[in-house]
Design a protein around this ligand. Structure first.
Ligand code: PLP
Length: 391
C-alpha cells in the first residue's frame, strides 16, 4: 500500500482507538447457548441471539442430513443452487408465517439489501425509524432513493413525513423488535398509516421471528395482523432458528419480482443444501412451541428479579434487556469486570447505538436457568456500584 493510503487507514484506526470504539474478535473454543469457553475458562453466555437455544440442535440435524448424502448446488439460485430442500424450506417458512410465498437468502443483511435496493428506485422516498438496523439503511442507499427518518416509534412524526413527501411512491421501513432497545414497533399504527397514505410497509422481524407468537410465527401473529397488513416481511434464520440465512415472505407478485430483479439474490451463491435440510429440522423443532414458553418464563423471571436493583435498564418486555450505562468507558469496564466474574456480556458502543448511549445488551434465551439469571443480576449490581456514574 502506498504511503498516501497507508496514512489514511492508520488515521482512521487511531481515531477508533482514541474514541474507545476499537472492536476485537474473540476466538472462542466453544459457543453454546448457555456457556461460552475461551482460554480454558467457562462463561455464562448473555450475548448470543440464539433465543431458543437451537444452535446446538444443528449437530443432530446435520448428522441426519449427512446420512442422506445431500450434495450442494454450489452456484447461485438461478443456475444450480436451488434444490428440493430450498423449495421445502421456503414453503414451510411461508406457511409458518402465514404468507403465500417465501424466498431464501444467505443472510439477513443480504435480504435487506435485496429488498430495499430492488423495491425502491431513485424516484421514491424511503422513510426509516431512527433505530432501524444498519442493513436496512444500507439497502436504502443501494436503491438511490431519497431517505428520511422519523423519531423512534413516533407515529405523529411519521405521518408528517408521509404527508410532506415529494414522491408518489413511499416505503416505510421498520424493525419489528428493535435490536438494541428490545422494544416493539407500534405495528397497528404503522399498518394504518401506510394504508391511508398508500405507502409500502416493510418489516424486519429478525428478532421476532421464531420468538413472538405462540409457536414463533413472528410479529404478525403476536399483533394479530393479517398478511396483507405487512405486505413485505423479512425474517432471519440466524437468531431464533440458531443457524444462518434469512427469508422474505409476501405475495406471489413480490417474490416473483425479487427473483427476477434482486441483484443480491441473483448474483450470490445459495445456502448449501445440507444446511437448508438441517434448517428444515430446526424449524420443526421451533414449531413445537415449548422453547418459546421457556424463553418467556426466563424473561418474566428476569423482570421480576430486576425489581429494586436500581440498574439503569431500558424498559423492555422481550428477550433483549439493555443496561444503559452511558459512556464507552463504563460499558467496557463493566463488561471486563463481568468477564472476570464468569459472565460474557458484550459492551455495545457507538456507532451501533447513539453517542453517550453505550450499553450492555443482555439477551436471554431458553437454555438459561434461573440460577444463571440470579448470578447475572447480582454481578450487574456489583459492577454498576463499582463503575456507574454515581461510583
Ligand atoms: C441480525 C439482523 C439482521 C441481519 O441478519 P444476518 O442474518 O445476521 O445477516 C438484519 N436486521 C436485523 C434487525 C437484525 O438484528
Amino acid at each position: 500500500m502506498n504511503t498516501l493510503w497507508q496514512a489514511r487507514l492508520n488515521h482512521a484506526l487511531q481515531q477508533q482507538k482514541q474514541h474507545l470504539r476499537w472492536r476485537s474478535r474473540i476466538p472462542f473454543e466453544q459457543q453454546g447457548s448457555r456457556y461460552l469457553q475461551y482460554e480454558q475458562q467457562t462463561y455464562l453466555n448473555f450475548s448470543s441471539n440464539d433465543y431458543l437455544g437451537l444452535s446446538s440442535y444443528y449437530h443432530t440435524a446435520l448428522d441426519k442430513t449427512r446420512q442422506r448424502g445431500y450434495g450442494n448446488g454450489v452456484s447461485s439460485p438461478l443456475i444450480t443452487g436451488h434444490s428440493r430442500a430450498h423449495e421445502a424450506l421456503e414453503q414451510q417458512l411461508a406457511q409458518h408465517t402465514g404468507y403465500p410465498r417465501a424466498l431464501l437468502f444467505s443472510s439477513g443483511y443480504c435480504a435487506n439489501l435485496a429488498l430495499l435496493g430492488t423495491l425502491a428506485t431513485r424516484h421514491d422516498t424511503i422513510i426509516h425509524d431512527d433505530n432501524n438496523h444498519a442493513s436496512l439503511l444500507d439497502g436504502g442507499i443501494l436503491s438511490r432513493a431519497r431517505h428520511i427518518r422519523y423519531r423512534h416509534r413516533d407515529m405523529g412524526h411519521l405521518q408528517e413525513r408521509l404527508t410532506d413527501r415529494s414522491t408518489e411512491h413511499a416505503l416505510v421501513v421498520s424493525d419489528s423488535l428493535f435490536s438494541m432497545d428490545g422494544d416493539l414497533a407500534p405495528m397497528t399504527e404503522l399498518v394504518n398509516l401506510c394504508e391511508q397514505q398508500q405507502a409500502l410497509l416493510i418489516i424486519d422481524d429478525a428478532h421476532g421471528f421464531g420468538v413472538l407468537g405462540e409457536r414463533g410465527q413472528g410479529i404478525r401473529a403476536h399483533c394479530q395482523l393479517k398478511a396483507e397488513h405487512i405486505p413485505v416481511y423479512m425474517g432471519t434464520l440466524s437468531k431464533a432458528v440458531g443457524g444462518v440465512g434469512a427469508f422474505v415472505a409476501g405475495s406471489d407478485t413480490l417474490i416473483d419480482y425479487l427473483i427476477q430483479f434482486a441483484r443480491p439474490y441473483i448474483y450470490s451463491t445459495s445456502l448449501p443444501t445440507v444446511w437448508v435440510e438441517a434448517t428444515v429440522q430446526a424449524l420443526h423443532r421451533l414449531q413445537q412451541g415449548d422453547l418459546q414458553q421457556r424463553l418467556q418464563a426466563n424473561i418474566s423471571y428476569f423482570i421480576t428479579q430486576l425489581h429494586n436493583t436500581g440498574l439503569p435498564m431500558i424498559a423492555s418486555q422481550t428477550a433483549i434487556q439493555p443496561v444503559l450505562v452511558g459512556t464507552n468507558q463504563c460499558a467496557l469496564d463493566m463488561s471486563l469486570w463481568l468477564r472476570n466474574h464468569g459472565i460474557w456480556l458484550t459492551a455495545i458502543r457507538p456507532p451501533t447505538v447513539a453517542e453517550h448511549q453505550a450499553r450492555l445488551r443482555i439477551t436471554l434465551n431458553a437454555a438459561h436457568q434461573q440460577e444463571d439469571i440470579d448470578t447475572l443480576i447480582n454481578a450487574l449490581q456489583q459492577a454498576w456500584s463499582l463503575y456507574g456514574q454515581h461510583a
